[in-house]
Design a protein around this ligand. Structure first.
Ligand code: AMP
Length: 421
């Protein structure tokens, strides 16, 4: 017997139905904001990901060389592939370009609930604008996508790396010190941050003030601290416009400012945001996003870019824990030929109904009426159509309501009308 590779999953028809619902629901939200779907390959050149994330990423991904000796990798995320696609083929498109995608990603992660080696992301990128309204729309869309699929309890946090860098500069921290601080800030390990700051010769009073600013994330407090940094003050003013639009125009009021969001990687700048589902516990992060600079790094003409990625599997997990009731799209109708003579006519009826948009299944085992009805019941089909010789003589069939057991003789030509009623 063969086993699944560690960290991968099979999905049953029931699970696929839930996943299809989420995908369709997310698609319609993305499209309602004017975003268009694209797709990129499952594997790319390894260099694409090392260029974006550094050589150490090789340890965390599925990298391999193919028979032609090419260094390739299964994609660990979709932003780099989308930007590669943009630089290769879409730079001339009218701006802004609003793209969304769904795709499987692969990471050599330690598998646990909500963390897999093959998982799915849905996400989007907006290219060619960095106005506060574009970014407010982006954040609002991430929030709306998750609300629209049916999640009740999600927490949106918004930060800004330009502002954080300005605070670091004012404190006099070197780039290396900042790099060491990032993971600690990301995990809000305030005691460790304090001791590292002291090791970096930051005065205790300044170190404590820094931690206070991180924890409180009060915009006015930060404004006062960085008021001499003109570029950071410009960013802060854009941020204020974004937050105001989010509240007053997009009606997304339920968020917190969190200066400790760092997202780790060098190419992020300005806006960063995350959405959590606290119900998921340790692996609670559903969505991460922000503004970033990758186009130039990938050889394109510098263009503002921002986007986010949502963990598709975690969205489903959170919905299940919240006891979301997924509607079922089982076959509407199960057709039962009572004997061999009725098979041809039954198939014709099934084809007729399918053309009219009815989800139609048919007995393919020749197992007769009573066993077929048991099967239809187990499959939770709404209606059965029993096709027998006596009724066929009058161009009719028996229509059975599987819930009540009520039966009636219906003319074949009236079937569609009866079913749609
Ligand atoms: P990232 O590209 O790391 O920002 O991830 C974006 C989102 O993808 C995260 O917020 C998670 O919801 C999801 N995600 C990341 N890694 C995994 C994984 N190994 N298994 C399942 N979901 C993941």
């Amino acid at each position: 017997m063969f086993q699944l590779p560690r960290g991968t999953r099979d999905f049953t028809p029931e699970e696929m139905e839930k996943r299809r619902y989420i995908k369709e629901n997310m698609t319609s939200t993305f499209r309602s904001f004017g975003y268009e779907e694209i797709q990129t390959p499952t594997f790319e050149t390894l260099e694409l990901f090392t260029a974006k994330s550094g050589d150490l990423i090789v340890d965390e991904i599925y990298a391999f060389s193919d028979k032609g000796g090419r260094e390739l990798a299964l994609r660990p995320e979709l932003t780099a592939p989308v930007i590669r696609f943009y630089v290769e083929k879409m730079q001339m498109e009218p701006k802004p370009l609003k793209l969304f995608y769904f795709g499987n990603c692969f990471r050599y992660d330690r598998p646990q609930k909500g963390r897999y080696r093959e998982f799915w992301q849905s996400g989007c990128e907006i290219l060619g604008t960095d106005t506060p309204e574009a970014y407010a729309e982006l954040v609002a869309m991430a929030y709306t996508v998750l609300k629209n699929v049916g999640l009740n309890d999600i927490k949106l946090s918004i930060g800004n790396l330009t502002i954080l860098h300005s605070i670091f500069t004012k404190l006099g921290l070197s780039k290396d010190d900042q790099k060491q601080l990032f993971p600690l800030i990301d995990k809000s390990q305030f005691e460790d941050i304090l001791s590292l700051l002291l090791d970096c010769n930051i005065k205790p009073k300044d170190a404590e003030h820094f931690i206070y600013m991180l924890e409180k994330s009060d915009i006015n407090e930060v404004k006062e601290f960085i008021k001499n940094d003109r570029s950071a003050m410009g960013e802060l003013s854009n941020m204020e416009t974004l937050l105001d639009l989010l509240k007053s125009s997009f009606n997304v009021k339920d968020f917190q400012i969190k200066l400790s969001i760092v997202r780790g990687l060098d190419y992020y700048k300005g806006l960063v945001f995350e959405i959590d589902a606290p119900i998921l516990g340790a692996e609670k992060q559903l969505c991460g996003g922000g503004a970033y600079d990758l186009v130039k790094l990938f050889g394109g003409r510098d263009t503002p870019t921002a986007g986010f990625a949502i963990g598709f599997d975690r969205t489903l997990l959170a919905l299940e824990i919240e006891k979301f009731s997924f509607s079922s799209s089982k076959a509407d109708v199960y057709i039962i030929p009572v004997n061999e003579e009725a098979i041809k006519k039954s198939i014709e009826i099934s084809q007729h109904l399918r053309k009219q948009g009815v989800l139609t299944d048919i007995d393919l085992l020749r197992r007769g009426a009573s066993k077929s009805l048991k099967y239809a019941n187990a499959k939770k089909v709404e209606k059965a159509i029993i096709v027998g010789p006596k009724e066929l003589e009058k161009a009719s069939v028996t229509l059975r309501d599987m819930e009540t057991g009520d039966q009636e003789i219906v003319k074949i030509e009236d079937l569609i009308f009866r079913l749609k009623k």
